[in-house]
Ligand binder design. Structure first.
Ligand code: ADP
Ligand code: MG
Length: 609
């Protein structure tokens, strides 16, 4: 057995360097973080040959005293935390005190630093972990670190480096990340003497994006800004339709630290569902701020990955915020076409996704195309009809029933229905008054609408021609585990009735389509009601008849609830439709749709003969 011995600091540092310093870009990352922690307002990054031959990071931050400069090169020397408890409330980028000694152990490393208070700075040169010189130097306040001959002491590591252009790309990526996270800091990036960007301190993120990514990217971004339960999500995301082939421009920051986080990345991609083609990625510069207590940053050596204490609440919040921003931008661009079909008029919308067309066309709207299977009654208006406003006496003298089939229309003359009601006016909001040959009619227009809709919905359920409306933006909803399980098991049942719901993570669902009469904003509440009906056993795929009636009844209450008083023409159409149903006298709950007061009754009440 070999004898155990404690590793020398030099070896320990090199091992740590293996974790912290993967590649030249890691050095840039660590040093820029140090500069930010030091309160710099200007940071300059220069590199050559992908950083393998030269890296210089210079800042105007607080600098270090001579004593601190020496200390900073020792392992686990940090000014940022004192004990393990501080880890729970990290506000600084660094905290391990590993970066400087690690870098110094695998390169030729020069640290020059000066505090404002002192007249001169400190200059320490280390090569492969050994101090070459330590002296006073003249310099402006701040810190300059210069790294050359990277991995000179560990030749094996050099072999793992990729091409110069790949390593350069990684450095540029990090420089952009930090420049985005800190618009208030002026950044300069120089590659082999060529200035890649030089941005002054900016107030707005959009200005910074423009400086770094150019006008064309900045112009296609929409703003995100939302707060919920101590969390804030802000930043810029690509407008719908704006996508990339890779996720390189999906930049996510948590408490201003660039991170790779599945929860947020997934929330982002999912939110763009239907907005960008499958397999493409959104552009995003997203900033999530939450209490440091709710984030664990100490799970990855390079601090790139983080974990949230409550993943699902972060995810729910992010999805809501992103969808809301997308929704807003869509409303601005396409305000007239986003709404659901209004009651009584069926509309189909082109949502710009041709893959949905087949689905839409299979679901023939029953209202706009009643000719399929159902007879169309064309009411012929009798000669008695005067101009609209004088009298509203409309008699249906004949009705032609038109069946359309492959052989062409077959016309038949159906029985004659007479209706001779003259509209007088409205009373008590909901009641339409009519004068008739034999008395007075009082119609409850909402009850009439319920009957008409009830018949339509039942017909559509029976014919499997339920008209549903694809949501422009799928709506995320969350349920408790029991409801979720029921919903998952009954997704097909719901779909048959026009409510399409897809699972979307544990206990999360996405409402993708709703019955077309349902306003989008009521979709979530409506789904909730259906789930309740499901849970108490009122609806199921085993008792189709009862389920159809119950859902139709349920629907008509919702449809009619917010209905506004119809105009005279609509009222006429309503009466036509009402009398085509199998029970025009009552609404689906059995309440009367209208009452007639006979002339004789009026005479009796007024004590006339
Ligand atoms: P950490 O950042 O985890 O504390 P580092 O090894 O990166 O560890 O840095 C060690 C210490 O050196 C820091 O805690 C800080 O006090 C000091 N330091 C590093 N870079 C700078 C800088 N650019 N300006 C001022 N102080 C710095
Ligand atoms: Mg550090």
């Amino acid at each position: 057995m070999a004898k155990i011995s404690v590793l020398s600091d030099q070896v320990a540092n090199q091992i740590a360097a293996g974790e912290v310093i993967e590649r030249p870009a890691s050095i840039v990352k660590e040093l820029v973080e140090n500069s930010l922690d030091a309160g710099a307002t200007a940071i300059e990054i220069e590199f050559k040959k992908g950083g393998t031959s030269f890296i210089r990071i210079e800042d105007n931050g607080c600098g270090m005293s001579e004593e601190d400069a020496s200390l900073s090169l020792q392992r686990h020397a940090t000014s940022k935390i004192r004990d393990a408890d501080d880890l729970n409330e990290l506000t600084s980028m660094g905290f391990r005190g590993e970066a400087l000694p690690s870098i110094a152990s695998v390169s030729k490393f020069q640290l020059q630093t000066r505090e404002v208070e002192s007249d001169s700075g400190t200059d320490i040169l280390i090569n492969g972990g050994k101090v070459v010189h330590h002296r006073e130097c003249g310099m402006p306040p701040g810190t300059r670190m210069t790294i050359s001959q990277l991995f000179n002491t560990v030749p094996a590591r050099r072999k793992f480096l990729k091409t110069v252009s790949t390593e350069s790309a990684h450095i540029v990526h990090y420089a952009r990340l930090y420049a985005l996270a800190h618009p208030e800091v002026a950044f300069t990036l120089i590659d082999d003497g060529r200035t890649l960007f030089r941005t002054p301190a900016c107030v707005r993120l959009r200005d910074r994006v423009m400086e770094i990514f150019g006008k064309s990217v900045a112009g296609k971004l929409i703003e995100v800004e939302a707060k919920e339960m101590g969390m804030r999500l802000s930043g810029l995301i690509g407008a719908p339709g704006h996508s990339r082939s890779s996720r390189h421009e999906m930049l996510i920051f948590v408490n201003n630290r660039p991170v790779e986080n599945r929860t947020l990345g997934y929330a982002l991609i999912e939110s763009y569902y239907g907005h960008i083609p499958k397999g493409r990625y959104p552009v995003a510069f997203l900033f999530l701020d939450l209490s440091p207590k709710d984030v664990d940053v100490n799970v990855h050596p390079a601090k790139r990955e983080i974990r949230f204490r409550n993943e699902s609440s972060v995810r729910g919040f992010a999805v809501r915020a992103i969808l809301e921003a997308l929704q807003k931008s869509v409303e601005i661009v396409a305000a007239p076409v986003v709404r659901s079909a209004p009651v009584g008029k069926a509309q189909t919308f082109d949502i710009g996704d041709s893959s949905e067309e087949t689905v839409e066309s299979k679901r023939t709207p029953i209202l706009s195309s009643p000719k399929i299977d159902t007879p169309v009654k064309k009411a012929k208006v009798s000669e008695k009809t005067k101009t609209a406003s004088e009298t509203k006496s409309v008699s249906i003298v004949t009705e032609e029933v038109v069946f359309e089939n492959e052989a062409g229309p077959i016309e038949e003359v159906a029985q004659v229905v007479e209706r001779d009601w003259q509209f007088i006016g409205w009373a008590q909001d909901d009641y339409a008054l009519f004068d008739t040959d034999s008395g007075v009619v009082v119609l409850d227009f909402k009850a009439a609408q319920k009957r008409v809709w009830y018949a339509r919905l039942l017909a559509s359920y029976e014919n499997r021609t339920v008209e549903s409306q694809k949501l422009l933006l799928p709506l995320p909803v969350e349920f408790d585990p029991v409801s979720s399980a029921m919903l998952t098991d009954n997704a097909e049942l719901f779909e048959a009735y026009g409510l399409e719901v897809a699972p979307f993570g544990r206990n999360f669902f996405r409402i993708e389509a709703v019955p077309s009469w349902l306003p989008e904003k009521e979709a979530e509440a409506y789904l909730g009601e259906w789930v309740d009906l499901l849970r108490n056993g009122s609806i199921s795929d085993k008792k189709a008849g009862a389920t159809q009636e119950l859902l139709a009844k349920h629907a008509v209450h919702n449809i009619v609830r917010g209905a506004s008083t119809p105009g005279e023409t609509e009222l006429d159409e309503l009466l036509d439709s009402l009398f085509q149903t199998n029970n025009p006298l009552a609404d689906p709950d059995g309440r009367p749709t209208f009452i007639e007061i006979a002339k004789s009754e009026l005479n009796r009440r007024f004590h006339k003969k």
